[in-house]
Design a protein around this ligand. Structure first.
Ligand SMILES: [Fe+2]
Ligand SMILES: [Fe+2]
Length: 318
């Protein structure tokens, strides 16, 4: 049995790490003519960034060859040391690169130690189904329910590779938060006269394309090329285009507008209705508060950073 001696939760600057972790994502990066591998690691306590530099003798070709052998979703022994880099604690691997040549067989580990899943997936799914069931307009309710059930993986995929809601069930959790926050805006701001059914439908569907951008691989999720090549908004719009005719044309166009503009004033299409703004602000609030909370959770009391690794914003822990 491969011993799990260090958990993500316990990693602090200066710690020597020698323990198995899941590799969720791997990316080949360049720095000053050389190459290194940027890894996203996880175990049941959280996510961790790791940079594989190799030894001074490892040339760019050797690092690239190593990168091509790494299979995401598998467990690898990571041997390195933790260091603050750009204000964030990361693991650096130098002479421990040989441990990355072969994954640890799953039969050698307790898989529960490696799955980062802070979400009550069944509870979130039930709450989302109740929300969809509360849509009064038959067409909008059928459109929303059909798209969610067709987007296989909606209730289990993460919402991102690293940053916010980047864990099993993260997309559904982020979607539920976005719906609740958008409805809170509609209920709180006086005289906005929002169409609640369109608002809820648009909020549920705003990131529906992400459900089609991840695939189960090993004990994790691999991101598919569509995520970067096409983008989750366009993937979602493609899926939704099949449901034209489920509802009146104006409601359908409004829901498509909410999905297309959910990245706000800097996206390709800026929000033009109160409902679209509410979904954009709710999406941003859910994502940013998750990122800041996770950044702060990594700090010791009285510690601050100029740039949190997830939020990119200044963070401090009281
Ligand atoms: Fe999005
Ligand atoms: Fe989102």
């Amino acid at each position: 049995m491969a011993e799990k001696s260090v958990y993500v939760r316990d990693i602090r600057e200066g710690l020597q790490v020698d323990s198995p972790f899941v590799i969720d994502a791997a990316e080949l990066r360049e720095k000053r003519g050389g190459k290194y591998i940027l890894l996203t690691l996880s175990d049941r306590t959280g996510r961790q960034i790791c940079r594989v530099w190799g030894t001074p003798e490892s040339d760019a070709a050797a690092i690239e060859a190593l990168y091509r052998t790494i299979r995401t979703g598998e467990i690898y022994r990571i041997r390195g040391y933790a260091k603050i880099f750009n204000g964030n604690c990361e693991i650096n691997v130098n002479d421990g690169i040989s441990h990355l040549l072969n994954p640890v067989p799953l039969s050698d580990v307790n898989i529960d130690d490696y799955i980062y899943a802070p979400v009550d997936c069944a509870g979130v799914a039930a709450a989302l189904r109740r929300v969809i069931g509360s849509i009064e307009d038959d067409g909008i309710r059928r459109l929303t329910a059909s798209a969610v059930s067709e987007a296989e993986g909606f209730f289990e995929v993460p919402a991102a590779v690293f940053r916010h809601h980047d864990y099993v069930g993260g997309l559904a959790e982020h979607t539920l938060e976005t719906v609740r926050l958008a409805c809170a805006c509609a209920d709180t701001v006086a005289r906005t006269a929002m169409n609640r059914d369109v608002l809820v439908g648009g909020a549920v569907l705003h990131d529906i394309g992400k459900a089609l951008c991840f695939r189960r691989q090993g004990i994790s999720f691999a991101v598919l090329p569509d995520y970067d090549l096409i983008g989750h908004t366009t993937v979602g719009m493609n899926l939704l285009s099949r449901y034209r005719g489920f509802t009146d044309p104006a409601s359908f166009a409004h829901i498509l507008h909410i999905v297309q503009s959910h990245h706000g004033p800097h996206g390709e299409v800026a929000p033009r209705t109160a409902e679209a703004w509410a979904v954009h602000l709710a999406d941003r609030a859910s994502a940013l508060l998750r990122e800041v909370s996770d950044d702060v959770a990594e700090l010791a009391s009285g510690e601050g950073r100029k740039k949190g690794s997830r939020s990119g914003e200044p963070v401090y822990r009281f």
